[in-house]
Design a protein around this ligand. Sequence first.
Ligand code: S3P
Length: 202
Amino acid sequence: MTDESKPADGLNAALLERLGNRSIVFVGLMGAGKTAIGRRVATTLGLAFIDSDHEIETVSRMTIPELFERYGEAEFRALEQRVIARILENGPLVLSTGGGAYMSEQTRKAIADHGVSIWLKADLDTLMERVIKKQNRPLLKTADPRAVMQKLMDERYPTYAKADVTVATRQERKEVIADEVIAALRSRLGLEDETPVGEEKQ
Ligand code: S3P
């Protein structure tokens, strides 16, 4: 059996038990690593992983840039809200949300009702280094994407800070950040000093 597919060990089993039907929901800016870290956390815990942007592209049969271009941001946001609400009915799973999703009050409520939210917080250089490699973010198709990203940080960070857990992400291996996310989750769920399931104290 490979490391990737191993079942949850005692510590993770305790976390899953505490999580119940709630999902683990990643929020944060473009380039924060929500998809990469989310996928890794899902694999570690043996949960399904869903990326909301990917799901939106599947249901609309359009790419995110096409959706923005043809229908505009407001329509995209309405679809995003509906798609995330539906995904959250099927927990527990790991969901990574598009960077603007958590700005919707309705989506924040749905996440609070059905999940535990994790803000992957990153600095401007880290975000820019990651997003510069791809051309799939309509909001950054401007003459000065760095200035746009800075503006989004100013506008959004106070809202992202409402998430249940904040993990500072940086240029580090995703395994390391994913382990930090799981440790922060354990702490949030009150499991710091718990004995792993199957290893009860004598
Ligand atoms: C957006 C972030 C993108 C995508 C869309 C809008 C945003 O998702 O939903 O381009 O408003 O920050 P990622 O954060 O996954 O890049």
